[in-house]
Design a protein around this ligand. Structure first.
Ligand SMILES: [Zn+2]
Length: 505
């Protein structure tokens, strides 16, 4: 039976230049069949009166990490704790959660007044009947409670551990720690954790995500959690260790809502950790030029391996040296290959490299405007070079194909936070700000163009009915009003997934 829905009395921004605005939208079996001013006489179906509210295409988050985002919901944030007492207090609050491990991250004992490393005994004061693991902010030291130690030994995770004395105190390093973290993640990434992560994403008005650096364990868990009823669309770039199995993974997990697109490669690290590869040292650490993961020849060979297996390529590039090496690689690659490549971040673009990169346009780039706000220390790190960071406006003008991604859980998932940063900065060079129309375009049709997805990103006939209803018109909002704009309804394939208006009543 044909499922027909008519949205009337709407303030629709289609984000399509053909017909930018409309009042009525008709949906047949999940696909938009009409966009216009009045309900055509031949249409019938369930009518939803939106009372003049604003409708936009659903957001497409072009860069996020779904499994880490899901784990965040069951992880106690221990960053900024000033004492072991405070750390214990925060962990106690997590005891009511129905989880197999209490898991906390982000503490740094250098910030405690006595600078003492927490021990098994401290954590036993939090709980003796739930295992606990806490990981220091560097990710290289972990502490477990007594029950945690017993579990680790029973599961054989402490085999060959060279630090038996430390293990008896609950202190874990390197290999042992990584095995334990992997185990705890696998325990915590339950169907309910994944379902609540997706629910949050839907509530924020996101109807598609590009999941970067995904692993097969998490994809399998996701498929199990939703049993074929995944509410949103998920486009996946696998982490590079899965490259040789790319075709098998694609065959096993692709379905109507999940598409395995390609492989994520890393050229360098981040400005925050001073691991982004620079052409000359960091201003606040002159001997350090960051870390480059591949030279041009290695990058070319990785790209060619991906292409051979039918995988597209997303390359993480932050520093200018990483970019320069990538441009060397592009020079030696065929145009037909370059079109399968997209760049993640492209945070630093000095003028000489800007001139060079123009040759390869249109190039695809996923940008993270929130970094503009978060990297408030960027002048200390980069000195004069800071003015070449986050050149969104210049990139847009010159013809890059751009989409916006949140990089959640590194940053928050809420699209408006990123849109506000995109338009308001504070940028080192304020001329690089983009306007709200561009920002929303990049978060919808722009992100869709990064992977050439069909039928997504704008509201027009023949496209999927993936859309959101807002409580305010973002194009008529002040910055203050934008900060508390709310999504009232989210629809994917014409199905209402989230509804604060109560249209079903
Ligand atoms: Zn990322």
């Amino acid at each position: 039976m044909m499922n027909r829905i008519i949205l009337k009395n709407c303030n629709i921004y289609t984000m399509s230049s053909e017909r930018p605005n409309a009042k009525v939208l008709c949906i047949e079996n999940g696909v938009i069949s009409y966009v216009g001013e009045q309900i055509p006489s031949k249409f019938s179906g369930k009518i939803i009166d939106l009372g003049g509210r604003t409708v936009l295409p659903g957001f497409i988050d072009s860069h996020m990490h779904l499994s880490s985002y899901a784990l965040m919901q069951v992880t106690t944030d221990l960053s900024g704790t000033k004492s072991i007492e405070e750390l214990k207090y925060r962990l106690k609050a997590a005891k009511n959660q129905d989880v197999p491990w209490i898991y906390g991250r982000g503490w740094d004992h250098e910030e405690f007044s006595d600078k003492r490393l927490p021990s098994r005994k401290d954590l036993d004061e939090v709980s003796v009947d739930m295992p606990i693991l806490i990981v220091r902010k560097c990710g290289h030291v972990g502490i477990v409670n007594s029950l945690g130690i017993r579990k680790i030994i029973d599961l054989g995770l402490a085999r060959n551990s060279s630090n038996q004395a430390e293990l008896s105190q609950g202190v874990l390093y390197e290999e042992t720690l990584y095995r334990v973290i992997k185990h705890v993640h696998s325990q915590l990434l339950s169907p309910s954790t994944l379902r609540s992560a997706i629910e949050n994403i839907v509530k924020k008005g996101i109807t598609s995500i590009h999941w970067m650096s995904a692993d097969t364990f998490s994809i399998k868990k996701l498929v199990e959690a939703f049993k074929g009823n995944l509410p949103i669309r998920i486009f996946i770039y696998l982490s590079s260790e899965h490259l040789s199995k790319f075709r098998d993974i694609k065959a096993s997990y692709e379905n109507g809502k999940i598409k395995i697109i390609g492989i994520k490669l890393f050229m360098d690290g981040s400005f925050g950790a001073r691991t982004a590869a620079l052409r000359s040292g960091y201003d606040d650490e002159p001997h350090n030029m960051g870390i480059l993961n591949m030279n041009a020849a290695e990058l070319i060979s990785s790209i060619l391996r991906c292409i051979k297996l039918g995988a597209k390529i997303a390359i993480h590039i932050i520093g200018d040296r990483a970019l320069e090496i990538m441009l060397d690689a592009l020079e030696r690659l065929d145009r037909s290959i370059i079109k399968h490549i997209r760049i993640e971040h492209l945070s630093l673009l000095p003028d000489d490299l800007f001139t060079k990169i123009k040759r390869y346009l249109p190039l695809k780039v996923s940008i993270q405007p929130r970094f503009v706000t978060s990297d408030f220390w960027i002048r200390d790190r980069l000195g004069k070079r800071a003015k070449y960071t986050y050149r969104f406006n210049s990139m847009k003008k010159i013809g890059f194909i751009m989409g916006i991604g949140s990089d959640a859980p590194v940053e928050e998932i809420d699209p408006w936070i990123h849109i506000i940063s995109a338009i308001n900065g504070p940028y080192v060079n304020p001329l690089e700000a983009i306007d709200i129309k561009t920002a929303i375009e990049l978060y919808t049709i722009g992100s869709s163009n990064l992977i050439n997805s069909i039928g997504l990103g704008t509201l027009r006939k023949g496209y999927y009915a993936d859309l959101i209803v807002l409580d305010k018109d973002p194009f008529r909002c002040t910055l203050e009003e934008l900060r508390d704009i709310k999504v009232l309804m989210t629809m994917v394939d014409g199905v209402i997934l989230f509804d604060r208006i109560n249209v079903k009543k």
